[in-house]
Write a protein that binds this ligand. Structure first.
Ligand code: ZN
Length: 313
């Protein structure tokens, strides 16, 4: 009798624990709430106007080099997962003007990547791409970061030409103050040597290039809007989403991932809604959405001739 009771009690405990586990799994891994309307306050028309100039002053091309290709498990990319895992890209970008260039998001070196990657993560590191980005930075007028994570900024502290390129590296006030900038390898001395930038909402870096402040993924996150001379437009959305599916399905990262990254989920969710409504669903605006880590989407842009394969050196 007693034994039966004890068995029943432990069965109840097991069921309760399993229930709690399931509830925790749902909350931590499956739930994401993107609002019906974005309160991000970003005004597309204002950004596009700011990017417009005498056509002759606008950039002529945007190029990418691939520095890493790996697998991004869908369960970490999008709340609730997806039928298949995603290809993870780590590219760097170059915006080309008639007489100058800008490099965006120099990816860290191979050693840093090995140290920072999850154990057992499989990826291919392309030294050729890393070297091209490094050579391009020596020639670039400016180097700019969508945000201060090592896979977007580590190519500067890891650079063999570091002292030469630091004075042309634009670091925003929020990026300089973020704990992630040290994690990416920037020392206080390096931060002293960079070009500092403070701005309110938008900042025109050069003709045809507008920075759009979007804290959330990190405190120093910004999107980069590019308008080319031929009328093509691009929104480099950094890491607001890790895959276009986050935008398409209006679903952010799992809560657990946001917690580990220390993200402001509410800000990110509003930015996902904004990109969805103002870019993704507006083909009339002629803006190509560039989601940094979305390998397949990026390579489709390269195939279409919208993003150039390789840097101009
Ligand atoms: Zn990031």
């Amino acid at each position: 009798m007693k034994l039966k009771k004890a068995l029943r009690a432990s069965l109840v405990v097991v069921i309760v624990l399993a229930g709690l586990g399931l509830a925790a799994k749902i909350v931590l891994m499956d739930v994401s709430s993107v609002p019906e309307k974005s309160d991000s306050g970003i005004d597309f028309a204002a950004i596009d106007l700011m990017a417009g100039e005498e056509p002759g002053s606008l950039p002529t091309a945007i190029n990418r080099v691939m520095i890493l290709k790996g697998i991004f498990p869908a369960k970490y990319v999008i709340a609730g997962g997806a039928p298949a895992d995603y290809h993870n890209a780590m590219p760097s970008y170059q915006v080309v003007y008639t007489d100058t260039t800008v490099v965006i998001d120099p990816v860290c070196g191979e050693e840093t990547m090995r140290k920072k990657s999850a154990r057992g993560a499989e990826y291919q590191f392309y030294t050729v791409g890393f070297d091209a980005a490094q050579r391009a930075m020596r020639k670039a007028q400016l180097i700019v970061l969508t945000h201060e994570h090592y896979d977007h900024a580590g190519g500067i502290p890891d650079s063999p030409y570091r002292d030469e390129i630091l004075p042309r590296t634009v670091v925003t006030a929020e990026q300089a103050d973020s704990k992630w900038i040290a994690d990416a390898g920037f020392t206080p001395a390096m931060l002293k040597a960079v070009r500092h930038l403070s701005y309110e909402k938008y900042h025109r870096l050069l003709p045809g290039m507008v920075l759009v402040k979007t804290p959330g993924h990190t405190p120093g996150h910004q999107m980069i809007y590019v308008r080319l001379r031929d009328g093509k437009r691009y929104l480099l959305a950094g890491d607001i989403a890790w895959n276009t599916d986050n935008i398409r399905r209006l679903t952010g990262r799992p809560l657990l991932v946001s917690l580990l990254l220390g993200e402001d989920r509410d800000l990110s969710a509003n930015q996902i809604r904004w990109i969805h409504d103002e870019i993704f669903r507006r083909p009339d605006r002629n803006v190509r959405l560039v989601v940094f880590h979305d390998y397949d989407a990026l390579e489709a842009l390269v195939k279409a001739g919208d993003v150039g394969d390789g840097f101009q050196l």
